[in-house]
Design a protein around this ligand. Sequence first.
Ligand code: PGA
Length: 249
Amino acid sequence: MRKSLIAGNWKMYKTPGESVEFVKSLIENVGNHTDRDILVCPPFTSLHAVSRILSKSSIKIGAQNVHFEDEGAFTGEISTKMLIDIGVEYIICGHSERRNIFGESNQIINKKVKKVANAGMKPILCIGEKIEERERRKTFDVLRTQLQESLDGFKDTSLLTIAYEPVWAIGTGKNATPEQAEEVHLFIRSVIEKMFNKNVSDEIQILYGGSVKPDNIDSIMKMQNIDGVLVGGASLKVDSFCRIINYKI
Ligand code: PGA
């Protein structure tokens, strides 16, 4: 049985002070879970303070982006070396906002996921189709290309998590139905099994992301091939994030 992973992507929300208040309250309210991991991904400026508080809990910490070099003249960038030093374990790579607003290509994302794994950290590779691609029935082609190019030469499957986030479902309140997501997760699993030439089912978690909310989490997590969720908006309030963490199947 794969353990599930419930991850919160805070995007560009919360000051360090707000972040600290949030995680203190999360620790008090979240309850004990052995079958699921909990992860928060605050903005860079909150990571250090949040990491100190979470080091006394089982809640994990991730960053939302990283550069693929250790150091250098890269104004405004952050390296894996800096993130490891403050206890960061996961890094979201290739979120659709990075792809579509900041122009990250599969080739750049490929360098990032490899760098993250080489540093012994866990990349969460995000993939997903746009609405016009879905309407043209190109979903599987787009996802296959994103997987093949972003994971070209990637080896350490034990560190890898994949997040399927259809772009049309992110921040729109319009989630994929559990059945739509399940169909895509099965497809992703079959592509990565071919790519890595082995049964990766017990190693690689595949998360769903896109308008996950307290009122749809239970039906999403009932799906056999959905191993967890990457949550944006609904991870910003302790009560809604706790309800998502405490999903019932
Ligand atoms: P959302 O964002 O839950 O607000 O749709 C998900 C994400 O971008 O990871």
